[in-house]
Design a protein around this ligand. Sequence first.
Ligand SMILES: *Cc1c(COP(=O)(O)O)cnc(C)c1O
Length: 394
Amino acid sequence: MNDEKSSTSGPSIETILTHGGRTPEEQFGFVNTPVYRGSTVLFKTLDDLEAQQQRYLYGRAGNPTTESVETIVTQLEGAYRTRLLPSGLAAITVALMSCLQSGDDLLISDSAYEPGRVFANKFLARMGISVRYYDPRIGAGLADLMLPNTRAVLAESPGSLTFEVQDIPALAAAAHAGGARLIVDNSWASPLFLQPIALGADLVVHAGTKMFVGHSDAFAGTISATEEAWADVEANRAALGFFTSGDDAFLVARGLRTLAIRIKEHNERSVAMASWLEQQPLVRRVLHPALPSHPDHHLFKRDFKGSGSLFGVVLEPAPRESIAAFLDHLRVFTMGYSWGGYESLCLPVKLSKNRTAKPWTEEGNLFRLHIGFEGMDDLKSDLADALERYARAR
Ligand SMILES: *Cc1c(COP(=O)(O)O)cnc(C)c1O
């Protein structure tokens, strides 16, 4: 396996993941930063209390365990700083609020993670912010949508359910020319395979719940930002009272140690499974940017160093009975929300009210797959049988 260079000229990403954020000399020599649990931080004297110069002042602003994660992600993303948040959705909401105020305008990719849309439509709109959506494949055409009061653009590449790749440098140029910040949700690729700040993004958010934690057993999110964007991120996080516990932070740090080997394995497996699926009966289209058949494959090849675990597959049209026959008797794949764990997942996808700028018109039934670490032959035979059931129930 080749080393993955970080966007800065420092150590490789593998070395950052292994050694980053650890301070054994401050932990009696123990390798890992332990779980710090604490609200109160003690001061010795009135001078100390008034000076507010101690490294820690109050637990809500962070502790050594949360900082250990923030340090790693900052290095991975080539950011100025990073904050750990309680969920990926919290990372999106705080990132948006850090860029916007009443009277501003927001542009969101039509392919972005749906709960982020709900936050924008239901909450930001109530705060006097206009929310509009753009075709995920718009690229430099974003410039035509920019209004004088557009202050933020939220991109996600590839998109959550439909896997369009976005032209991040073009979006960044258009956003910056109009005085807006570009936020990129980088959960799919992880910083191993895409570093949006190097491509012009101002803020990068992660659903740490997925690839960072890697075991489906904790929630986390991160916001990494450039120096210019940082102060607003931290001021908004602090004002809103967000804090992530040392217990959860420890699980994120533990997951990050193996991120490189996990995502390289996910990459190989998801590409192999996607290529195999392309050859199967009743498969209309596989939505995986690493496949040459993907309409944005050229952008993927230009910007990404590999792919995540997740992709879509569109099957030829069939009634609900076929979808149920496909899903209800899976033996190895399981059905559930989230992704990024060791277990393979398969989910039916409905696209309707979550597409407004560029309605999804493709016929057929869409499924989203997360390829985990089971035997590849077991996974293939599970899907082959499911496709047979789908066909029989048509
Ligand atoms: C899951 C997900 C989120 C939200 O993360 P949570 O930790 O579940 O809140 C955000 N973005 C993407 C792309 C996701 O897949």
